[in-house]
Design a protein. Structure first.
Length: 118
């Protein structure tokens, strides 16, 4: 298998930066891994924060037996709606990092292939 193909598959299908590590580009591989992981942490943290805020409003209503379907629907809708919050921006960043890692792994692998005579 060509190095460019191996790098693209690992960075594209497994995790951003893994292809660079396999191709011997440790710095860029670790950089892509750190960026993707940081974005993933921000994304998950934002989701849990949003869920916690929603539960803080739902649990008292549930304890007082005041929660009906329409109230629940309104609370979920209010906590689901939003603009460009941290999790949306981090998700775009993760996708960009993933795409950049795929393209970078392809070109690094292609350069290594040409040096090896493939």
């Amino acid at each position: 298998m060509k190095k460019s193909t191996r790098g693209v598959l690992l960075s594209g299908l497994v995790y951003p930066g893994l292809g660079q590590l396999v191709l011997g580009r440790a710095f860029s591989g670790v950089l892509f891994i750190i960026l993707a992981t940081a974005g993933l942490i921000v994304f998950i943290y934002g989701i849990f924060q949003r869920a916690a805020r929603g539960m803080d409003e739902i649990l008292p209503l549930l304890a007082n037996n005041e929660l009906d379907f329409n109230t629940l629907k309104e609370l979920v809708s209010r906590h689901s709606a939003g603009g460009w919050e941290a999790e949306t921006i981090s998700l775009i960043g993760i996708a960009g990092c993933w795409l950049a890692a795929i393209v970078h792994a392809y070109f690094v692998g292609r350069k290594l292939n040409s040096n090896d005579g493939f």
